[in-house]
Design a protein around this ligand. Structure first.
Ligand SMILES: [Zn+2]
Length: 85
């Protein structure tokens, strides 16, 4: 029996995002699964976060519309902080 789902995207695309750490000033590239995006009701509560691979600091930065589009398009896990009824 051959199981092959044509709907499944089995191609692993390595999407890397450039990020910088405000703490150690390190610059690095992060895979999409290393970043979390939290979308709030307003721009002020919308941010993305990641852990610096160099110093281990939890970095949280505000995410504008452009960044949100970039991150979600790259497969970053998105958390919605407000409920849509
Ligand atoms: Zn750092």
């Amino acid at each position: 029996m051959s199981v092959r789902s044509g709907r499944m995207d089995t191609v692993t695309r390595a999407v890397l995002f450039r990020a910088a750490c405000p703490d150690c000033r390190g610059r690095f590239e992060l895979a999409s699964d290393a970043i979390r995006l939290a979308i709030g009701a307003t721009d002020r509560t919308t941010f993305y976060s990641f852990t610096c691979p160099d110093c281990g600091t939890a970095v949280r930065k505000p995410a504008g519309e452009r960044i949100v589009a970039l991150l979600t398009g790259g497969g970053v896990r998105t958390l919605r902080l407000y409920s849509t009824v």
